[in-house]
Design a binder for this molecule. Structure first.
Ligand code: NDP
Length: 244
């Protein structure tokens, strides 16, 4: 299989999009380290993947110390990370004037600094091996902005800047870095939408439905694999045509 011999680390791999991504990479032959805040959920997710030999670890991606420790544990148990998927993300939505400092900081710390922490922690090994793929899960709102989500949209736009900078800086070391920008995907994150809101959203989506985690996982598996060997610094929207 195309990902045989690869070691993948998926943040937020215990639920939703991250779990579908972990499944797709394992189905492609990779050994996967599933990282999430909740240790039991991460371990259960790792045990559910095809192929065996995967690990689940608890780590808050916002903490550089926890991230460095987690990456060293993955390297000891599975080997050097060759595919990093920065997927962990949170929302703390509110209109600008009601947005609290802690809601701004937490979203930036998890969504943007978390990706920086992880990328920095795996980059040295990837540079030594002159091989690696970093994939950042951003959002279409990082491209378009969204009322009531200034913290979240800023974190996702920041991820796009991080993606392009890492792609430029590490291309000569054989490392590719791309971003995937999902539209509305059915997960816990979007579960609060009521039926009327969902119908309104569908009207804005040319393909006429919300996305599934598997829709994103397919794009990740492609960008992680050899078929994407000449793609770097790209933002791939996977949104049913919502933002063109
Ligand atoms: P979920 O809320 O379903 O899952 C979030 C995952 O991130 C969980 O595994 C959670 O772990 C983990 N996580 C959250 N905070 C941290 C942290 N500090 N450290 C480590 N892990 C953490 O989200 P989705 O699957 O919907 O979203 C995944 C990604 O896709 C996010 O980055 C999101 O912004 C992005 N996205 C989602 C869209 C959607 O419509 N759903 C649209 C566009 C982008 P635990 O289980 O332990 O809590």
């Amino acid at each position: 299989m195309e990902l045989d011999g690869q070691i993948a680390l998926v943040t937020g791999g215990s639920r939703g999009i991250g779990l579908a991504v972990a499944r797709a990479l394992a189905d492609g032959g990779a050994k996967v380290a599933v990282v999430g805040r909740d240790a039991e959920r991460a371990a259960a997710a790792a045990a559910s993947l095809s192929g065996g030999g995967h690990v689940g670890l608890a780590c808050n991606v916002a903490s550089p110390e926890e991230v460095n420790y987690t990456v060293s544990r993955v390297e000891e148990s599975l080997g050097g990370v060759t595919i990093l998927v920065n997927n962990a993300g949170i929302t703390r939505d509110n209109v600008l004037v009601r947005l609290k400092d802690e809601d701004w900081d937490e979203v930036i710390d998890v969504n943007l600094k978390g990706a920086f922490n992880m990328t920095r922690a795996v980059a040295r090994g990837m540079m030594k091996r002159r091989d690696g793929v970093v994939l950042n899960i951003t959002s279409v709102v990082g491209l378009s902005g969204n009322a009531g989500q200034s913290n979240y949209a800023a974190s996702k736009a920041g991820l796009i800047g991080l993606t392009k900078s890492v792609a430029s800086e590490l291309a000569s070391r054989g490392i590719r870095c791309n971003a995937i920008a999902p539209g509305y995907i059915e997960t816990d994150m979007t579960a609060a939408l009521n039926e009327a809101q969902t119908e309104l959203l569908k009207e804005r989506i040319p393909l006429g439905r919300l996305g599934s985690p598997e829709d994103i996982a397919g794009a990740v598996r492609f960008l992680a694999g050899p078929a994407a060997r000449y793609i770097t610094g790209h933002v791939l929207t996977v949104d049913g045509g919502m933002v063109m």
